[in-house]
Design a protein around this ligand. Sequence first.
Ligand code: 13P
Length: 288
Amino acid sequence: MALVSAKDMLEKARAGKYAVGQFNINNLEWTKSILLTAQELNSPVILGVSEGAGKYMTGFKTVAAMVSAMIDELKITVPVALHLDHGTYEGCYKCIEAGFSSIMFDGSHFPIEENIAKTKELVEVCNKKGLSLEAEVGAIGGEEDGVVGKGECADPDECKKIADLGVTMLAAGIGNIHGKYPADWAGLSFETLAAVNEKVGEMPLVLHGGTGIPTDMIKKAISLGVAKINVNTECQLSFQEATRKYIEDGKDLVGKGFDPRKLLAPGCQAIRDTVKEKMEIFGSIGKA
Ligand code: 13P
């Protein structure tokens, strides 16, 4: 099955009161682990690629070619969207050209008028090509691949202005943060989320910073219109922990334990376990 736009899967999720996970990829192992888990659980899935990860993987064309070939060779039949995460204006055009099926333009650091103008232009380009487009209002806190946000809550009226441009999905800052949440985190602002949801009608909302958000908050966010949840750091942490254990247990020193296919296997299994756990919480299992 070819890559698909995220539009259909997110509209179904919003209507069915569950969320589709966006899991960020870093390399072949990450991609394979996430795709196999989605297929096993019959869940739609979104593969997120930050600009930094795209560069690491040698460029967006390599990523698009790898993901498309993998879907074919692994016989993946669940819907898969390949999505640019926190794209710059230039990055969006590069990914459109490279064959991504979904784009995020993060204009949250621009003055709202500039965010609107650039998002509007990208809505037209993406519509023509049948790609989904995510926009952002109100920066997400923390740091991801050099993109730093203060974590401000979005203004619901600004959200409406951006939603009215015809974007597919909207990320609104609601006190969420990329990476681990600090011990003194105040939690998600459901007041902001409810106000945004009220303004944007049936627009699927996106919750960034999915790592470490307690299950009850996730469920409440879904009940208030969140249909896409982004997870990145949690897969990195589970991969790290499993890989560390393999080496600390000395398994790389036994026989051919140094073979990268063996060395990376526990980390890959840990990613699969994390993705499964998230899909269970998000409610996307069996919804492909
Ligand atoms: P985490 O790394 O906190 O899971 O956030 C991921 C994300 O929001 C990607 O855009």
